[in-house]
Write a protein that binds this ligand. Structure first.
Ligand code: NAP
Length: 257
């Protein structure tokens, strides 16, 4: 089929975005919705998810909800099976839910390590497995795993986060290795530094901001809406032969030393 700009349209597609009632997840829901997708807002709290979905509907976006904790495999499997049965196919999965914990590596407590891995890595594994089983039956699907510049570069005090995001990048390539033949494209989207609640400690630290603006070729923090173009591209037919890649949206940070 020849290329037209409609290749970027997501009309008739349903996109589930984990952890999407705030921050990057919410912005990606707005972006995918603006491109025509029905978006499914996921949160652990039903009231929060419903309120966000209602706001999106007021803005003209088709929005539904799915309530689950990405660290609870039984709960998420049931919610995803229910969504597929009641609402219809999940065509696009964005594994966005994530947490950060900071401490020197030698002092990092094991329970914090495991808590972080359960959300950032196990959550991607369980959610993708639950959704991919349906996608495999249809021989079609798009999975976008939210990685990070820490998928490639380390920094002091965030060793578990960097380890989790490096693992998500390789899990993305493994999804490609096993699921590409089923018509599924799995790619990573790796943000640089964006001012969200996760980064509040960094946003509040002028020395960090000064360092970041010098370190980033673009000379500034990212704006969350700047992630949407890449997400729409990776969710759409325009990227149908792109698989297992990680696209860095970081103002050039990972391209330079
Ligand atoms: P955020 O503002 O802290 O939002 C995180 C979202 O994940 C929240 O909606 C949160 O829900 C949800 N979440 C946490 N644990 C969950 C669980 N167990 N089950 C379901 N949802 C859960 O963070 P963000 O900055 O938007 O980050 C989103 C993603 O981008 C993360 O994967 C992060 O690692 C990645 N990232 C962010 C940046 C950045 O600069 N901000 C850079 C690179 C990568 P609650 O509201 O209930 O806590």
């Amino acid at each position: 089929m020849s290329f037209t700009t409609t290749s970027f349209q997501l009309d008739g597609r349903r996109a589930l975005i984990t952890g999407s009632s705030r921050g990057i997840g919410l912005e990606l829901a707005r972006g995918l919705g603006a491109a025509g997708a029905t978006v499914v807002i996921n949160d652990r709290n039903a009231e929060k998810a419903k309120a966000v979905a209602a706001q999106l509907r007021e803005a003209g976006i088709n929005a539904e909800t799915a309530i689950f904790d990405v660290t609870n495999p039984e709960q998420l499997q049931a919610a995803i099976d229910n969504l597929e049965a009641q609402n219809g196919a999940i065509d696009i999965l964005v594994n966005n839910a994530g947490i950060q914990k900071r401490a020197p590596l030698e002092d990092f407590c094991a329970s914090d390590w495991h808590a972080l891995m359960r959300v950032n890595l196990d959550g991607v594994f369980h959610t993708s497995q639950a959704v991919a089983r349906h996608m495999i039956k249809r021989q079609r699907g798009k999975i976008i795993n939210i990685c990070s510049v820490q998928s490639q570069l380390a920094r002091p005090t965030i060793a578990p986060y960097a380890a989790s995001k490096g693992a998500v990048k390789m899990l993305t390539q493994s999804m490609c290795a096993e699921w590409a033949r089923h018509g599924i494209q799995a790619n990573g989207l790796a943000p640089g530094y964006f001012a969200t609640e996760m980064n509040q400690a960094l946003v509040d630290n002028p020395e960090f901001s000064e360092w970041l603006c010098k370190r980033t070729p673009a000379g500034r923090w990212g704006r969350v809406e700047e992630l949407c173009g890449a997400a729409v591209f990776l969710a759409s037919a325009a990227s149908d032969f792109i698989n297992g890649q990680t696209l860095f949206v970081d103002g050039g940070l990972t391209s330079v030393v």
